[in-house]
Design a protein around this ligand. Structure first.
Ligand code: HAM
Length: 422
């Protein structure tokens, strides 16, 4: 027997009513981000592999082992985007967007692809909403973005939010800190996990972020990145903190936040929720400054800052069931007999064109079954049509939550429903 074909591992279908919760969240992002001056950008889902190798960094986990990379029919190496900051920077340079104005603010929504080990909140095709601001090195932009995304989750009722911020320093501070860290860790090299032993040569900062208990213990005594910050980075980081305080956003400085992508300079941050619905994948949002990315991809020196959030994790953290977020029909038209059914179908069409959410019965079933279905769909009103109603021109509107009925003229249905619509 042939086995049924399933979706690839880690790549999920999104079905109603779950899609309602997603749409609600996406709309909340759009509405809020637009208020802060961000406009939507869409870039290809596939980019040249070199973009990610250069943009994200050759020695990051993403580039080393998590990319869906394939040659096209002409042998060019392409990669399904694992994130969108590099693609936005590429697009910003390609279209010389820097010539259009001093600051460019974009947001995006879409699928990303990483070949990761799966668990709750971690998938191989996942969806991000993100923002990027190009052109300003002001700490007020960092803080504004952080305050904006913090407000997004708290306004949607997500509980137990914790904001962690850090600075990874600029191009001058980084080598200094890297050396201090290598000097500290090298005598304990043998006690590090195999991955961290490798990281010690290639990307020592990532050791700070390792989840293996032995490594966590060793790292607890490591020198702090903040001690390696030069004057400029220090001032920038202080400014981010004072802006956050004036926005009333509570935060914790956590020097172990280093992020998994190499383009960061200065501020980095993560927003987590400890509410428990997320399992071990408690990071809702990650972001930071990347003042050298545009230049390193061949553009003019352009500072940048942004963040991305995972929609799957956001939806897991939102209160309530998916069905609570679905729009319910305003009215269900139930009909008895052929003539009434024909009338109900035409009336439903007219009411929908007038902007109302209407359900109508297409099956030839009795009134009881139709009322049951109306109830299941959560319709606020049911209008029953039969031969009597057609000849008298009077119909009854039943309010399903109150169980009350009102009689009105058949040709007043539209105005009556509009009057009662929320
Ligand atoms: P990231 O930390 O790799 O940063 O991802 C941001 C968020 O995407 C994570 O906090 C998480 O919510 C979600 N996410 C990441 N991987 C997965 C996965 N496998 N399954 C489900 N959700 C996931 C970036 O991608 C940067 N581009 C963020 C950024 C924008 N920095 C500056 N601008």
């Amino acid at each position: 027997m042939s086995s049924n074909i399933k979706s690839p591992r880690g790549m999920n279908d999104l079905l109603p009513p779950d899609s309602a919760k997603w749409l609600y969240f996406e709309n909340a992002c759009r509405t809020l981000f637009e208020r802060y001056g961000y406009a939507e950008v869409r870039t290809p889902m596939v980019e040249s592999t070199a973009l990610f190798a250069r943009g994200i960094g050759e020695s990051t986990d993403i580039v080393e082992k998590e990319m869906y990379t394939f040659p096209d029919l002409k042998g060019r190496s392409l990669t399904m985007r694992p994130e969108m900051t590099a693609g936005c920077a590429r697009s910003y340079i390609q279209h010389a967007v820097y010539k259009r104005g001093p600051i460019t603010r974009w947001f995006y929504i879409g699928p990303m692809f990483r070949y990761e080990r799966m668990q709750t909140g971690r998938y191989r095709q996942f969806h991000q909403v993100g923002v990027e601001a190009f052109g300003s090195d002001s700490a007020s932009v960092d803080a504004e973005q952080i305050a904006m995304v913090y407000a997004l989750y708290s306004q949607l009722g997500v509980k137990d939010l914790d904001l962690y911020i850090n600075s990874v320093g600029d191009a001058e501070d980084r080598p200094r800190y890297r050396q201090a860290l290598v000097d500290f860790l090298t005598p304990m090299r043998d006690k590090l996990c195999a991955d961290c032993q490798r990281r010690l040569e290639k990307n020592p900062l990532r050791i700070l972020d390792c989840k293996v208990p032995g490594c966590i213990e060793i790292v607890a005594g490591a020198p702090s990145v903040l001690d390696a910050l030069g004057e400029r980075s220090r001032a920038q980081f202080d400014a981010v903190q004072s802006h956050l305080s004036s926005y009333g956003v509570a935060f914790t400085v956590d020097t172990r936040i280093v992020r998994g992508l190499d383009y960061y300079t200065g501020t980095v941050f993560e927003l987590k929720s400890s509410s428990g619905t997320l399992g071990t994948q408690s990071t809702l949002v990650g972001g930071g400054r990347y003042d050298n990315l545009v230049e390193s991809l061949g553009g003019p020196p352009t500072p940048g800052v942004g963040f991305a959030l995972g929609i799957e994790r956001a939806v897991l953290s939102l209160p309530g069931e998916a069905g609570d977020y679905a729009n319910k029909p305003l009215a269900f038209l139930a009909a008895r007999g052929d003539a009434a059914r024909e009338h109900a179908l035409a009336l439903a069409h007219r009411l929908r064109l007038a902007g109302l959410r209407i359900e109508v019965e297409h099956r030839q079933v009795g009134m009881k079954a139709q009322f049951k279905r109306a109830d299941k769909l959560g319709a606020r009103f049911v209008i029953a049509l039969g031969d009597d109603e057609l000849s008298s021109g009077q119909i009854k509107i039943r309010d399903m939550s109150q169980g009350s009925e009102t009689e009105i003229a058949l040709d007043a249905v539209e105005s009556e429903l509009k009057r009662r619509a929320p």
